[in-house]
Structures are given as structure tokens and as C-alpha cells.
Write a protein that binds this ligand. Sequence first.
Ligand code: PAF
Length: 273
Amino acid sequence: MTIIQTPKELQELLKNETRSIGFVPTMGALHHGHLSLIEKSIKENELNIVSIFVNPTQFLEGEDLDKYPSKFDADEKICKLAGVDILFYPKKEDMYEEDEIKVIAPNIRGFVLEGAMRPGHFDGVLTIVMKLLNIVSPTKAYFGKKDAQQLSLISQMVKNFHMKVQIIPLETVREDDGLALSSRNIYLDKVQRKEALKISSSLKKATQLVMQKTLDVSLLQEEMLKVLKPLDVEYVAIVSRAFIPQEKVVIGDSIILVAAKLGTTRLIDNLWI
Ligand code: PAF
């Protein structure tokens, strides 16, 4: 596995590449969720690239940028063992200049839910993903469904800017007890880890109710909030795949999303119906 630091070096290396390229962009602190993306990429492509870059522009003032888990040695081992060919590990100054053109998230999908709670977050995500996709020029890029709104916005950006890459969404990977894997789970203490299960339990409850034909969104939200009690819930929402709020669940076109805080740790999870 080759480790490359600068965009220039990576573009030079890939300049005459004719093989299919699979790409998994990450912020490091890799877990089994990332590994499932990497494994799928390796299955589907001839050359596989993973990036590790904790992107400062997607963190808001006061968020966990400075304490975001950094585990480069372990991440490097995981990538090597998985069979990744190139690990792209740029520094901030390799990726950003002082005053730059940005990609701005669209009004509807960009400013609800995560966009409302974290204004500017998606501008940062879209800008860095655009940069990374331009540097790597992958055939396919892999993203987890856990960050559903991010995935939706990246797919929209690729479509709106006529980019050639194919975006491949993959299922959320969970612990045996249901907790969605996240690099932020390591911030949870024992009690919070137990409490965090209420998030996936509330989604399970909603699925059960939908299976029993309860499709009314306010009713489902009410039932989910009962399960989530006493967590500090930021939102429980049911939207279409295009992130338009729904009054009734539409099987095949609904996503149920939850964001909640445990102490200072903010967790998100969702289920695609
Ligand atoms: O999902 C993430 O880890 C990040 O938002 C991404 C896509 C790597 C952009 O920094």
C-alpha cells in the first residue's frame, strides 16, 4: 500500500491509470462501517483508494474538530490488511488555500435536519468531497447510509455538476445490540452507551408500527419519542428520499431519522423504509 500526501503526487500517480478506481473517503478512526465500504470497493474495482482527512470546514465553531479521534497507525493497518492500494493522507494546507470558492448546499435538502442543526456543515462536506472526487477521479465512490442527508446531497451534487463518478450507498453497520457504528461512539461512557441504544430501539419501534400499517408520521414520532425518553433529542423526522417532510410514510420512499445528544456526544441514526 502506498501512502500519498499531496493531491499533486496522487494525480501524477493516477495520470495514466486505465483500471477502474474505487474510492472511500473517510475522516479516519476507521471501524467496521468503513471496512464494509472498503471491502465493497475492493470487490468492485481494480484499484482502491481510501482517503483520511479530518475536514475542518465541516465542523462548526465549538464542535469536536480538535478532539476528533485520530488513529492513523491503526487506520493504516486496517487499510493494508483489507487490500487498499493507495492511502491518501493530506494535510489541511494540502487541501485548502486562504480564500476559496465553495460548494454551497441547496436550500431544501441542505437546510433541514442536520443542515438546520449544523448550519454550514454541508457546505464543508460538499466542498471537500468535490475536491477529493476531482483529485481521485474514481469510477465509484462509496458512502454509508447512516449519513443519509450527506449521501443525498453528494448524489445531488454529482448529478447537478455532471460528474462521472458513480455514488454507491451501503447499509449502516451496527453493533450486535443495534447501536449504529460511529467514530464518535468512543466518547460514550458506560451509562451513555446503554442509553444510546434507545436511538436504534426507537427506529425499530417505528418499523414495527409501520409493518402494522401505522403510517401517520405524527403518531410514529410520538411513539418514537416515548422510546427515546429521557434523551436530549434534537429531531425525530420522517422525510422522503429527497428529504421532503411527509405526513404519511410511503413504503419505498421514506427515511426515518433521529439525532440525539448523550452528554456532549451527538449521535445520528436512520432507517430507510
Ligand atoms: O462521512 C465522512 O466521514 C465525511 O463527511 C466525508 C464524506 C469523508 C467528508 O469529509
